[in-house]
Ligand binder design. Structure first.
Ligand code: UTP
Length: 476
């Protein structure tokens, strides 16, 4: 009878993927075991479907634009929205928080290649004075929100096999940033193999398959497969606040947003920000045949992106900033394997270092293969009663994506400084700022002290003695 690796190797041969084990006999026992363990995680049926649809399929994806309209949204009270509704949402969100129904969920499984930082992105220092890391900023926000609503807010963090050990080690080293260990849950997302243009799975080394995380959309199935959804159920959690690891100013736990989600009986709620300019490279919140969806800038023709309304404003104005709230049962459905609920994969052409048939490592200078990723916003058309609310970009979105320029550590630090100065002024204090709102001095408001403007104003009012605001000051 054939033993286990032989059966596995045979299934790869039969799927036309025998090259994965081409160098098997050259490997020592440990390396063989590692390759077998890696190969075991691969769903060959899924790979075949992906290759047929995205690599061999002659049809290039193009979105049907018929009947595409901008999605309606709840405008900010300061932008013509109904302030009574915002107040009611705040109350409803606070009640849900106090009742212990809310968890935070950070997706941190990405590779962060654009930033070029060697380590999990959450361990990257981001604040302007004390250089707190992204993870520390979120941990402090979650702790402060819990204190504000007298509850422990569980925090789920998506990692991938590539950064899980280093992420957990960073939390251990920082003693979980003051959070209780039991309240922090790490979830490891799945990996999918990269393939060449013939659909053959690539080897990164003779004993290692080239695999990449299955995208932020993979977070939903990771929450299901890991049992986290069941844990949430046992904890009484049904409201899951989703945000990305790269955005230090995100309001991780936003009571008004939670309230709109609850009052709207929404399965998936989203924040939109008005686009900065017509051709800004963001996804657009749209509606088509009664379903909400996000249309990537690359799928929407420029003329459409530039269309204006009678008042001159941009028609497709709703930019997606990857801030959502999920209903727990919806995660179970969209992340499950039931027909019609799985998120689609998208193809990305990449330069993928690999071992060629002669056993030589090749570093390509042009794309040589395909990686597959799911996008979380593809869950939107599957959701009942989706709610979209407007957010002020300055209060919610300034990501660290690139090493320099737009969406960089520098731009994000400046946005944090502008935000701190605005909060300080809102509390009735004065501080010198330039035309863009950037203060002349560097100072910091600790997220442990306040998580949003209203929180800061009330916390500052009771602070005694008040922190002297000078260069390098930290309000904490
Ligand atoms: P990005 O699309 O910015 O990708 O992810 P990235 O991998 O972080 O960075 P680049 O493109 O290589 O420079 C947006 C968010 O989704 C998470 C990231 O960690 C980030 O919080 N993400 C992305 C995952 O959790 N898993 C993935 O497979 C991809």
């Amino acid at each position: 009878m054939a033993n286990f690796p032989d059966i596995l190797i045979d299934s790869f041969n039969q799927a036309g993927q025998g090259q994965v084990f081409q160098f098997f006999d050259e490997l020592d026992e440990t390396m063989q075991a590692e390759l077998v363990a890696q190969a075991e995680t691969i769903d060959l049926v899924e790979v075949k479907e992906l290759v047929e649809e995205h690599v061999k399929g002659s049809q290039h994806y193009s979105l049907n634009l018929d009947g595409l309209e901008p999605a309606p949204y709840q405008a900010l009270a300061t932008k013509g929205g109904d302030s009574a509704q915002w107040d009611a949402a705040w109350e409803a969100g606070s009640a849900a928080l106090r009742a212990g129904r809310v968890a935070a969920f950070t997706v941190a499984g990405g590779q962060g290649t654009r930033l070029g930082y060697d380590g999990p992105k959450g361990t990257y220092p981001v604040t302007p004075v004390t250089e707190k890391t992204l993870f520390q900023v979120f941990a402090e926000k979650i702790a402060r929100s819990g204190e504000r609503f007298d509850v422990t807010i569980p925090w789920y963090i998506l990692t991938s096999e590539i950064n899980d050990d280093a992420t957990v080690a960073a939390f251990e080293a920082a003693d979980f940033f003051g959070l209780s260990r039991e309240s922090v849950h790490f979830i490891v997302q799945g990996l999918v193999p990269a393939v060449d243009y013939e659909g053959k799975i690539l080897l990164a080394e003779k004993g290692k398959i080239a695999m990449t995380p299955d995208g932020h959309g993979g977070s939903l199935r990771a929450l299901v497969r890991s049992g986290a959804v069941d844990t949430m159920k046992a904890q009484g959690i049904d409201i899951v606040c989703y945000f990305q690891v790269d955005n230090p100013i995100v309001q991780c736990i936003d009571p008004a947003f939670i309230g709109f989600h609850v009052l709207g009986q929404s399965e998936l709620s989203s924040k939109m920000v008005p686009k900065a300019y017509a051709l800004e490279k963001v996804g657009h919140f749209c509606i088509q045949n009664g379903k909400s969806l996000v249309v990537e800038y690359s799928d929407m023709p420029n003329e459409m992106q530039e269309e204006t309304k009678v008042d001159g404003g941009i028609r497709f104005n709703g930019g997606s900033v990857a801030i959502h709230i999920f209903d727990r049962d919806f995660i179970a459905r969209a992340g499950g394997s039931g027909e019609g609920s799985k998120l689609p994969f998208h193809r990305a052409d990449k330069k993928i270092p690999h071992v060629n048939a002669a056993g030589k490592i090749i570093q390509p200078d042009s794309p040589n293969g395909v990686k597959f990723e799911m996008f979380v916003f593809d869950a939107l058309p599957l959701a009942k009663n989706p709610v979209i609310i407007e957010a002020a970009r300055a209060d919610d979105f300034s990501p660290v994506k690139n090493a320099e320029g737009v969406d960089s550590p520098q731009s994000s630090k400046e946005d944090q400084l502008r935000m701190f100065a605005r909060w300080f002024k809102a509390a009735g204090e004065s501080i010198e700022t330039d035309g863009s709102g950037l203060p002349a001095i560097k100072f910091e408001i600790s997220p442990r002290f306040a998580v949003d403007e209203a929180d800061f104003v009330s916390q500052w009012a009771t602070l005694d003695p008040k922190t002297e605001i000078k260069d390098g000051a930290v309000i904490q």
